[in-house]
Design a protein around this ligand. Structure first.
Ligand code: B12
Ligand code: SF4
Length: 476
């Protein structure tokens, strides 16, 4: 069947805040740029506007990207597009991790990366030969990534519609944390984009702030220090307000690179401390050991270089008992962290963590994928009940994401910066914690048939672990 039009869809959940959405559709911007110029392509972010099903019909290729928590919604969208005669392709994290499950209802799936397979899918569809599955897990180098096209930039207008643009500079991580899905989607081979292409992209997108999609950007301090120097020197010359990235603690051991990173306008590292409990170190892939003294040293060294630290903590490891919440809170309160993310351990498909717990019969049955959002309890923890894990998490979230706490951390971060930089840095000083406050608010959600769910009030939420297990929208 000849190709009529390509629709690329990012399933929605949160809508907008003050007129802007949080999740710029960077993945779809890259994929849309691979669509040949002569083919019409439209990006639809459901957080901004509804999917125009009435315009769809035979000859249309509908590509949907989905993390696990979005896959129920992706299916809801797919069924409606398919009913109009369109052909649906699903790609992204969940299609990669649970390929057979998604292949059962999608017309075709993209497993792994799609820089090479997506153009092939378009071509195959156009000549009526779309295959049910395309796999790219070679983790090829990123040297010849197609630039984001001008028509895509005009269509998305990211600076107007989104709070934070995203950017990919490196991809992959050689570590092997048992709970991680990122390495299964981006591979364990670290790959680097040529610096001149990164600079070209920033300039053409006219972005002043960005969050790096790189899973472990900081590891390149050790793996590719020369590349880091080249990159930082190039970024230093750009008129950026600031940017943020994910890293691990060892960046603190590279003072010269930290200095260059600050000059390159780096605002904050998001560092996976993961746990304040040394008993969990076997599950942390060697990058964190639950050693609070070391955490303090790391934060201090990074601060001395003039860069902020957002601490990421996960709860519900097998070594965690209910005391973990107070222990972590005490550490966070005394630490000088500039922002904090707390999440509940979530056994995603394809991880060793899930395989172990499946074998031990510890997954709570019937939890819909939309609650695999790292804010809900989806398994039976070892040293506490699911309720204790949920309640401890809620307690800590209230302590950390109350407005006074957010204001305190944000102001402290701002005070660390020279006064002349305040107008440029004010947004970033508060935005991270506000974003995490909004993520935690999904604890108030219950699943619904539309794959997104709905907010419930405080009393209906009590015992959510039970109510989600009894929901109709469950996967097997
Ligand atoms: C940037 C990012 C975000 C951004 C949002 C980006 C966005 N627009 O969705 C922010 C910071 C907001 C975010 C939030 C969350 N995230 Co996130 N995020 C990432 C990250 C680091 C990079 C993704 C990215 O943009 N990569 C760059 C683009 C270019 O590559 P890509 O998306 O992988 O797409 C390629 C292929 O997958 C494929 N592809 C993807 N979609 C499609 C569609 C079609 C049709 C085709 C053909 C191909 C295709 O082609 C692309 C090119 O090769 C990944 C880690 C990772 N390595 O994937 C985690 C990741 C996706 N996030 C994850 C999680 C858990 C979350 C949160 C739940 C965390 C939290 N508690 O806050 C929330 C959920 C928010 C939500 N409503 O969805 C998990 C998902 C696990 C899972 N099994 O679903 C990941 C894998 C990280 C992890 N911890 O393991 N995230
Ligand atoms: S360091 Fe981060 S990206 Fe790498 S395996 Fe561990 S959790 Fe995944």
């Amino acid at each position: 069947m000849a190709l009529r039009k390509v629709y690329l869809i990012q399933p929605g959940r949160d809508g907008t805040t003050l007129g802007k959405a949080t999740m710029a559709p960077y993945t779809l911007m890259r994929l849309a740029s691979l669509v040949p110029d002569e083919v019409d392509v439209e990006i639809i972010d459901e957080d901004l506007r509804p999917v125009p099903f009435q315009q769809m019909g035979p000859g249309d290729l509908v590509g949907i990207t989905a993390k696990t928590l979005q896959i129920d919604r992706a299916r809801w969208i797919a069924e409606r597009a398919q009913a109009r005669g369109a052909t649906v392709v699903i790609g992204g994290t969940h299609a990669t991790l649970a390929a057979d499950e998604v292949a059962a209802w999608a017309d075709s799936i993209a497993v792994g990366e799609a820089y090479r397979t997506w153009p092939q899918m378009i071509e195959d569809f156009d000549r009526g030969a779309l295959k049910p599955r395309y796999v790219d897990e070679e983790w090829a180098n990123l040297d010849d990534l197609k630039p984001i096209s001008d028509r895509v930039l005009q269509q998305v207008d990211e600076n107007r519609h989104y709070w934070t643009p995203y950017l990919e500079i490196t991809r992959g991580c050689p570590r092997s944390c048992t709970f991680c899905t990122a390495i299964r989607v981006s591979g364990r081979v670290m790959r680097l984009r040529p610096v001149e292409q990164v600079v070209e992209e920033i300039e053409r997108r006219r972005i002043k702030r960005f969050f790096l999609t790189d899973d472990n950007f900081g590891l390149n301090f050790r793996l590719y220090p020369d590349y880091m120097v080249e990159l930082f020197e190039a970024l230093r010359k750009l008129p950026l307000d600031g940017w943020t990235c994910q890293a691990e603690q060892m960046v603190a051991d590279f003072p010269e690179l930290l200095e260059l990173a600050r000059e390159a306008h780096l605002d904050k590292f998001f560092i996976g401390f993961e746990s304040a409990n040394p008993n969990n170190r076997r599950e942390l892939g060697g990058k964190a050991k639950g050693n609070i003294e070391r955490y303090r040293q790391v934060i201090d060294r990074i601060h001395r270089a003039g860069i902020g630290v957002v601490g990421l903590f996960v709860f519900g490891f097998d070594g965690d008992s209910p005391e973990i919440f107070q222990t972590t809170y005490d550490f966070i309160r005394e630490s000088e962290l500039d922002g904090v993310s707390i999440t509940i351990l979530t056994p995603y498909v394809g991880t060793p963590q899930r395989a172990t717990w499946q074998a031990e019969n510890r997954l709570i049955p019937g939890v819909p994928w939309s609650l695999y959002d790292t804010n809900h309890v989806t398994y039976y923890p070892k040293l506490m009940t699911p309720e204790e894990l949920a309640q401890g998490y809620d307690w800590l979230a209230r302590k950390l994401y109350g407005w006074p706490s957010i204001a305190y951390r944000g102001l402290r971060n701002l005070m660390r910066q020279p006064l002349r930089d305040w107008p440029r840095k004010a947004f970033a000083s508060f935005s991270t914690d506000v974003g995490y406050r909004m993520e935690c608010a999904h604890r108030d959600w219950v699943p619904a048939d539309d794959g997104i769910g709905r907010r419930v009030n405080g009393s209906a939420r009590k015992g959510l672990v039970v109510s989600m297990a009894s929901s109709g929208a469950a996967h097997s």
